[in-house]
Design a protein around this ligand. Structure first.
Ligand SMILES: *Cc1c(COP(=O)(O)O)cnc(C)c1O
Length: 712
């Protein structure tokens, strides 16, 4: 940060000369000085340049609200004010308090003023940096010799071989200087929660409204397991969202708990709905405990909030209603909820403590804030036994954590604090809403077809939009009022083919085709459903990216309507199997896949697949132990009915486990199997459209096998 922007009125010698000398001094000290044309220009510069180190103005020439306007963008940015009269009595107490530093117009003072400005800028950058990151930067700058791990020794080892040198040059020297050993005492310890690491945790807890926060360097996959191991002893019963992340299945494979699943709804689009209110009630839980072998009253519950498609729960209701000792909201997708009022009451850390209960929230900092991959946080509200919790934490944490990930987690928090964070959030929400409106406008103006946005009629309000049981757009049947709320940032676009009432259209464009088209143009879709595509409008999305996406969606429509050859429209798909795709056109491809989906009656399958859960023959833990003992065999996926699955079976999309280890698909949940078979069949008929199914193995002949337990 070395840019100073100046707004000064030229033309008077008594002003020009001191400013000129000051600028010379600033340049000597490595600053870059830029000039604003007027106040509006100045504010634009402040708004668009995070690298700005300070603002210099003429006190008499500037209206007093300028300071406030600058602080609306960034309340910590230093402001330097020249005053000709040495009389700043018109400065209010607020101005004097607000990082404004006054100087007189004296030529001979330039060097001193430059020193003061440098000091203030240093104070500013120190204040902006969070504690561990600051300590890490300072340590790296000192360049101390270490005789400990990591073996690359600040990168020197890499530079002794050609491959290593290329690697070193690609990442740059600071990457290696910041990769330091746990032996560096002055940085404290992530595992023991000491020194700057401890300060970082406190800073994060304060930022995210938690009592206690933990930094996890191996993703929320690990954060979820840490909480689960602590909160649910072996043999206890746990309530788990059936639409859970696979890490929770892995938790149940590691620790022998008895799961009872919350049963979410799903709509005809295949969009995962929420867990209905009734699932949280005492009566439902009592009934399920009775039905489940070895179950006792659950001690712990896990709810995915928001769902993969951006639906938030009224978390206050769940916290109040659910009668368990601890509730874990898996909020991997939504680390930003504490930074906009639109998420109030919808997040794990919203509001105060809940008497007698511990609330946990896990967030993948890396997913939607700015942090390195694997950066994750655990937030806790309520009483935990910290030494015991820490055993579970350490069990899952390397004794050599990668400090740049830790520092990036903390920096993500720093970015979200104060007005700067609030603006980032506001802008992301506004951008997403603008994009949604553009889609609607283009659809209304199109004389053929266009993508639709999955959202209520009126999206003017900057809010999470509440799903109303009396409206049809969402496609859910019989949902609760005031229970689920759609996040504006998660934009689901619908392609033609499926109607909200659950009927299938004559013609359709399966979303996977659009996703491949976009992929070939450098746009990666977050998630692709049968007829829907999910786009995340996180902070990294700027107007140019949003416009780029709109343009490519329009191009797709044009190419589809012109019925381009696959070879031209989606070259990478053609490359997969040129003889198959030779001469095939986009509409033919779409019709082919659409017909397969119609034959399988996708909407009915979607509704019924989740009416009854597969039968739990044994816990996931027991099933995995048997697999370890080799008591498994492989069968073709179509033959798995009535057999005990050894693995979880999880297709992408939707990315949630359909079958858990130890479960049996019977004729009652045949729809689950049919859904899997449909995915396999699409892949068999259309090269390049194979579905990635965790737990199913694709054979050279194109068929899929799964592992089941040998029958005794
Ligand atoms: C992605 C995700 C996780 C795992 O997070 P990672 O940071 O990738 O390990 C856990 N839960 C949910 C709901 C997720 O979407």
């Amino acid at each position: 940060m070395n840019i100073i922007v100046e707004l000064v009125t030229p033309g008077r010698f008594f002003k020009d000369a001191p400013i000129h000398s000051l600028n010379e001094e600033l340049k000597k000290r490595g600053f870059e000085v830029v000039f604003a044309a007027d106040q509006e220009d100045l504010l634009r510069i402040v708004d668009n340049n995070a690298r700005l180190a300070g603002v210099l103005i003429d006190w008499e020439e500037s209206p007093k609200e300028l300071i406030r306007k600058i602080h609306d963008f960034n309340d910590e940015l230093p402001i330097f004010a020249f005053s000709s009269s040495n009389d700043v009595t018109d400065a209010s107490f607020e101005d004097l308090n607000a990082n404004v530093e006054f100087f007189g117009y004296e030529i001979s003072n330039a060097a001193d003023i430059a020193v003061t400005i440098s000091q203030k800028v240093k104070e500013y950058t120190d204040a902006v940096l969070p504690p561990l990151t600051r300590a890490l930067f300072n340590f790296a700058e000192q360049g101390k010799y270490t005789f400990c791990t990591p073996g690359h020794m600040s990168g020197t080892a890499f530079q002794r071989s050609p491959a290593g040198t290329l690697f070193y040059d690609f990442f740059g020297s600071n990457t290696f200087k910041a990769d330091v050993s746990v032996s560096v005492g002055e940085l404290g310890s992530l595992l023991d929660h000491t020194g700057p690491h401890k300060e970082a945790e406190k800073y994060i807890a304060e930022t995210f409204n938690a009592d206690r926060s933990y930094i996890v360097t191996n993703g929320t996959s690990t954060a979820n397991k840490i909480i689960g191991l602590y909160a649910a002893p072996a043999g206890s019963t746990v309530l788990i969202d059936r639409n859970c992340h696979k890490s929770l299945t892995h938790l149940m494979m590691m620790s022998n708990v008895v799961p009872i699943y919350f049963r979410p709804t799903r709509n005809a689009y295949g969009i995962l709905g929420g867990i209905p209110k009734s699932e949280f009630s005492r009566e439902t839980i009592e009934k399920r405990v009775k039905e489940t072998p070895n179950a006792t009253w659950p001690v712990h519950a896990v709810v995915t909030n928001s769902t993969y498609d951006g639906l938030f729960y009224d978390t206050d209701y769940i916290k109040k209603t659910l009668d368990v000792k601890s509730i874990h909201f898996d909020s991997a997708w939504v680390p930003y909820t504490n930074f906009s009022p639109i998420y109030k009451g919808l997040a794990g850390m919203s509001g105060g403590r809940v008497p007698g209960k511990v609330i946990y929230e896990t967030q993948s900092t890396h997913k939607l804030l700015a942090a390195f991959s694997q950066a994750s946080m655990i937030h806790v509200k309520g009483e935990i036994n910290e030494p015991t919790f820490n055993e579970a934490f350490m069990m899952h944490t390397s004794t050599s954590p990668y400090y740049p990930i830790v520092a990036s987690t903390e920096t993500a928090a720093a970015m979200m604090r104060g007005k700067v964070g609030r603006r980032l959030m506001d802008e992301a929400i506004e951008r997403a809403i603008r994009f949604r409106k553009e889609i609607k406008r283009l659809k209304a103006e199109s004389d053929t077809w266009f993508f639709d946005a999955w959202q209520p009629e009126n999206i003017d309000e900057k809010a999470c939009w509440t799903l109303d049981p009396n409206e049809n757009w969402h496609g859910f049947r019989g949902i609760d009022a005031e229970h689920m709320h759609l996040d504006p940032i998660k934009v689901t676009l619908l392609t033609p083919g499926l109607n909200a009432d659950g009927t299938m259209a004559e013609e359709g464009i399966p979303a996977a085709i659009v996703a491949k088209y976009l992929d070939d143009r450098g746009i990666i879709v977050e998630k692709t459903g049968p007829y829907n595509l999910l786009f995340l409008f996180s902070f990294g999305i700027d107007n140019t990216k949003a416009m780029g996406l709109l343009r490519e969606l329009c191009n797709f429509r044009r190419d589809y309507d012109a019925n381009l050859e696959v070879k031209k429209a989606i070259p990478s798909l053609y490359e997969k199997n040129p003889s198959f795709y030779e001469g095939m056109r986009l509409q033919e491809l779409a019709r082919g896949i659409h017909r397969l989906i119609v034959e399988h009656d996708l909407p009915t399958m979607m509704y019924t697949a989740f009416d009854t859960l597969p039968h739990m023959a044994m816990t996931p833990h027991e099933a995995f132990q048997r697999e370890l003992r080799g008591e498994v065999e492989e069968v073709r996926i179509e033959d798995m009915q009535d057999k005990v699955s050894a693995n979880m079976i999880l297709p992408y999309p939707p990315g949630v486990p359909l079958v858990m280890p130890g479960e049996v698909l019977t004729k009652d949940n045949r729809a689950v199997l049919d859904f899997l078979l449909m995915l396999c069949e699409i892949g068999e008929h259309f090269p390049g459209f194979e579905t990635d199914i965790h737990g199913a193995y694709r054979q050279p002949d194109g068929s899929y096998t799964v592992k089941v337990l040998k029958q005794a």
